[in-house]
Design a protein around this ligand. Structure first.
Ligand SMILES: Nc1ncnc2c1ncn2[C@@H]1O[C@H](COP(=O)(O)OP(=O)(O)OP(=O)(O)O)[C@@H](O)[C@H]1O
Ligand SMILES: [Mg+2]
Length: 240
């Protein structure tokens, strides 16, 4: 493993959503390289394409144009089974809207992605569920349902679910969005630990204090990656 090996390589990526008569250009030519083991924070105004980009990086959605190479393989050439396997075994998600399943308990939610892993014994799954819930201080709520938890607690369960699979790539969309500063810092500490264990992390955050935890900060504006100075200028123009 070398420090400069590119794990995520994105060239001229575009994404257009078609709804009724409207075309939304969510991504308009994104260029981005992320090295293995790197910790990147992503920011930019609401609607600029951050979640869309994370979904494509995480193989949950496909681009309209451009090229995405993950781990040296062009994603467009992967078949359905390869995509599912990579998503399940290598990628962890913390979604902006948690995506917890209401009919499952906290423990079952955390265990769910592990049940798709061929060959992981039940005892190993239970051990990981326990350990990851302990890491986010939610082990005492194992048998609760998501609706019985506060927003911040649901967020922590979503973090535990992502950690349980020991992903090599963690994609986090506003992982601290619903947390007070103490819990937000606790999540940052977990991401830092995962990072020091070698994981590649891409985190969307609006909060510069949290972004400061990353090694590199990138900024999106109108579906493109822009430099920090450029972003500030564009935002000043928008606000004027
Ligand atoms: N499934 C979809 N169908 C149609 N349009 C969509 C869809 N998903 C996103 N968009 C549009 O694409 C653009 C980018 O959305 P995206 O969710 O990536 O923004 P974002 O940067 O994550 O914003 P926020 O900070 O508010 O979460 C927006 O204009 C949004 O309305
Ligand atoms: Mg978003």
């Amino acid at each position: 493993m070398t420090a400069t090996e590119t794990i995520i390589q994105i060239e001229d990526l575009t994404k257009i959503f078609y709804t009724d008569e409207i075309e939304t250009h969510a991504l308009s030519g994104v260029h981005l390289n992320i090295n293995r083991g790197e910790y990147v924070a992503m920011s930019g105004p609401s609607g600029c394409g951050k979640s869309t980009l994370l979904s494509i990086i995480g193989l949950l959605d496909t681009p309209t144009g451009g090229r995405y190479t993950l781990n040296g393989k062009e994603v467009a050439n992967l078949n359905f089974a390869d995509r599912s396997r990579i998503r399940n075994q290598e990628i962890g998600f913390i979604f902006q809207s948690f995506n917890l399943i209401g009919d499952l308990t906290v423990a079952e939610n955390v265990e769910l992605p592990l049940t798709y892993r061929a060959g992981m014994p039940s005892a190993e799954r239970k051990r990981r569920v326990q350990e990851s819930l302990e890491r986010v201080n939610m082990a005492h709520r194992m048998r609760h349902y998501p609706a019985q938890l506060s927003g911040g607690q649901q967020q922590r369960v979503a973090v535990a679910r992502a950690l349980a699979g020991s992903p090599s790539i963690l994609l986090a969309d506003e992982p601290t969005g619903n947390l007070d500063s103490k819990n937000g810092e606790a999540v940052m500490k977990l991401l830092q630990e995962l990072h020091s264990e070698g994981a590649t992390i891409c985190m969307v955050t609006h909060d510069p204090r949290f972004a400061a935890h990353a090694e590199r900060q990138i900024h999106l504006f109108d579906g493109k990656v822009v430099a920090e100075g450029e972003l500030n200028k564009l935002l000043a123009e928008v606000e004027a």
